[in-house]
Design a protein around this ligand. Structure first.
Ligand code: SF4
Length: 223
């Protein structure tokens, strides 16, 4: 299905069914913008469990902040974030991104004061920050409304509404942003609901029996 054919009603019905089951999900797990920012970079290609261990280590080392990472030695960052996988590559990336922010903006808050869409362009210009990471940072750390697309979103939209599994990131993002009210709480919770559904029901091998959206799902009703 062409995503432009989806209506606001379709998207809100999907959201409503997930929310009725899972309740309002209070995302993102993080105590400060710096923590959420660092977590969004560390979570690339690994599970959140591993990120939590790395975040706990960074906290123990006194490195859970953009300025602290910028000032720390690479070996110390590597040691702290080892549980997050690809730790050498991620340490280099994290240090380079944090140093760049401190050098160019002086603080994460000052970077986040850039208006959209310039903020998104700025994040995307940083080495190692792709669209999903940039949008996660904007939504959950900078607290500005942007819709995050991930593998769960693609899979669930494909199964429920028949959108192409290969749909481009920006096309699917536009589908949500053009139909829904640009509301930070809605965008925040909608993405969290997708992750919850994807983890518990819409896995690579789906568990349609008991899935909260099975009555509207094309895949489940395709016989
Ligand atoms: S009904 Fe099945 S295929 Fe459809 S969203 Fe739920 S788990 Fe996925």
């Amino acid at each position: 299905m062409n995503p432009s054919k989806l209506t606001r009603k379709d998207l809100m019905a999907l959201y409503g069914s997930m929310r009725s089951r899972f309740g309002f999900l209070d995302w993102w797990p993080g105590d400060s913008a710096d923590e959420v920012f660092i977590g969004a970079i560390l979570t690339q290609n690994t599970s959140w469990k591993n990120v939590e261990k790395a975040i706990a280590n960074l906290s123990d080392y006194g490195l859970l902040g953009v300025s602290q990472i910028a000032d720390a030695s690479l070996s110390r960052i590597e040691k702290a974030i080892r549980p997050s996988g690809y730790y050498k590559q991620k340490a280099l990336r994290l240090k380079s991104i944090c140093s760049g922010i401190m050098h160019n903006y002086g603080s994460l808050g000052s970077l986040f004061s850039i208006k959209m869409p310039k903020l998104r362009e700025t994040l995307l210009s940083m080495n190692g920050i792709g669209p999903e990471t940039a949008d996660s940072i904007i939504l959950y750390a900078a607290e500005k409304p942007t819709f995050v697309i991930d593998a769960y979103t693609r899979r669930i939209m494909n199964r429920v509404f028949g959108t192409s599994p290969e749909i481009g990131y920006e096309s699917l993002k536009l589908c949500f942003e053009s139909k829904l009210k640009r509301d930070i709480t809605l965008f925040n919770d909608y993405h969290a609901q997708f992750v919850e559904l994807g983890k518990n029901y819409c896995r690579s091998r789906p568990i349609c029996n008991g899935c909260p959206v099975n009555s509207m799902c094309r895949y489940a009703n395709s016989g």
